[in-house]
Design a protein around this ligand. Structure first.
Ligand code: PSU
Ligand code: MN
Length: 301
């Protein structure tokens, strides 16, 4: 792995570092907004006192802490593979480029020693999972890899209840930030009541520490709701989601192409509004993630 100097120094000296994924850049947003967002997210992490480490695979080498030029490449180069756990050895051996999903990013973050990872939304159980068995590797990774993922909850394109049941089975704490309702990405209210509510970055850090102290391996999912001023209108977003899901079925889109297809169609169907919400919520997560990383370093002193 190539760990950039700044990140390496920070990790050796108990300074806060936040991991960031690259699938959101290559497959989650269109160019050039994807690159602009990735740069804004890195800046937000820095403004809140932590060092960003965007992770991806370049010519078969996992990179922890990409340069701005490399981020730009991930944003515009075509044919970059979407890489989850199963794809990692293939992309490395074939010396290819790979955009890491939540699962793959967690793996490399853990290998590098980064405990906090910020993204938009994690994958989960797709609607119709009873028939398709389509459950993101992200859930399995949260069950076993020691990284805390700060997200805006789980996107309403998925089956939220089944996703939460699977997380419970795998022993993943889901921490709802300053609300008792599960965040569903584009809005603040899914209608699902949450048990574990947290109110500050320090509280989240203390829960991470308790999990590590007692060797309860696995990740933690923080659900940080989108700020109300950037949230989507329920009717608009639900209409777009239903339409996109129907098209996905009609076009027989399957496997790893499902999530990128839905994200892209929802942006188109909302005239770009969902993309603006998506950008704002990732930046909001970067702020919280950086603060949690800082608090965790304080506790580790
Ligand atoms: N959710 C989003 N944006 C994204 C993704 C999920 O709102 O870009 C990406 C993440 O990289 C996540 C992946 O890990 O999609 C999940 O893909 P799948 O459903 O194929 O497991
Ligand atoms: Mn899948």
């Amino acid at each position: 792995m190539r760990i950039n100097k700044e990140v390496e120094y920070a990790l050796k000296n108990n300074l806060p570092v936040v991991a960031l994924e690259s699938t959101i850049i290559s497959h989650g947003m269109p160019y050039p907004k994807n690159v602009e967002t990735a740069m804004k997210v890195e800046a937000e992490v820095r403004e809140n006192g932590a060092i960003p480490a965007t992770i991806g695979i370049i010519d078969g080498e996992p990179v922890i802490g990409m340069s701005p030029e490399e981020i730009e490449e991930f944003g515009k180069r075509s044919g970059i593979k979407k890489v989850s756990r199963r794809d990692i050895p293939v992309v490395i051996a074939k010396k290819e480029w790979g955009a890491t999903t939540v699962s793959a990013t967690m793996i490399f973050a853990a290998l590098a020693g980064i405990e906090i990872f910020v993204t938009g939304g994690v994958g989960g159980a797709h609607r119709g999972v009873q028939e398709t068995f389509d459950i993101s590797r992200d859930l399995e990774e949260l069950g076993s890899t020691n990284v805390t993922v700060v997200s805006a909850g789980v996107k309403a394109i998925l089956d939220l209840k089944v996703t939460l049941e699977i997380l419970e089975t795998k022993g993943v704490p889901v921490l709802s930030y300053q609300t008792d309702e599960f965040a569903d990405f584009y809005t603040r209210h899914s209608g699902i009541k949450m048990e574990n509510i947290v109110n500050s970055p320090a509280e989240i850090a203390s829960i991470i520490k308790a999990k590590r102290d007692y060797k309860l391996d696995g990740g933690i999912l923080v659900a940080n709701p989108i700020p109300q001023e950037f949230a989507m209108d329920d009717v608009v977003i639900n209409g777009a989601i239903s339409k996109a899901l129907k098209e996905c079925e009609d076009k027989h889109i399957e496997g790893k192409d499902v999530t990128p297809f839905l994200l892209k169609r929802i942006v188109e169907l909302t005239g770009g509004d969902s993309l603006e919400s998506n950008i704002k919520l990732v930046i909001n997560n970067a702020k919280l993630g950086a603060k949690v990383a800082k608090e965790l370093c304080e506790l580790r002193k």
